[in-house]
Design a protein around this ligand. Sequence first.
Ligand code: DX5
Ligand code: ZN
Length: 218
Amino acid sequence: MNEFFISPSILSADFAKMGEDIKRITEGGADMIHCDVMDGTFVPNISFGPKMIADIRSYTSLPLDVHLMVNRPERYIDVYAKAGADYIVVHYEACGTLVDTLKKIRKLGKKSGLVISPDTPAEVVYDYLPLTDLILVMSVYPGFSGQKFLPSSLEKLEKISAKIKESGLNIRLQIDGGINEETVKLVKKAGADTVVAGSSVFGASDVAEAIKKLRDAQ
Ligand code: DX5
Ligand code: ZN
């Protein structure tokens, strides 16, 4: 899997004009759309729930990758699958029944994702690779967009990328937090094939150009 994917995070969109913003990034060349669900408990912020996913579904045919920043995400897998998520991504730190949850996501016909926060070591994901379609490495502490990229995520990408290659499995390696024209070069080199970008896409006057810059950066 060589293709480099850009997944703009709608946390940085205008919530009062969400449909328009979804269309802008779809027409602007995004590959996926990153939807940050926050419960105010696992992270100190509240964003939106399944109705947002269901509502944006009719504005785009791009895959929706739903990043669940909620405690015990196993309670909500059915709900987000039904709402129209394509990837359902759960936090290692928040999920009490990881094996069953990842299996369940796949059983519902969705792609399963596992995400680690900055204080969690890369090694914890290794055992779960056969159960996942996407691994997400957080390069900021989850909760807010517009934070500074944490360089400690680079070594994690390198380690996980090597493990994925070794496994021969078809798994996307995604990074989320502080991605801009400069940091994207570093994460590409470290092995990421999918980047989430919130403020650097929605903060630009031309979202298509911002997406292209991330894709072309070397
Ligand atoms: C942070 C979220 C991110 C965030 C990224 O908790 O998971 O997806 O929206 O925003 P930027 O790209 O601005 O760091
Ligand atoms: Zn996210």
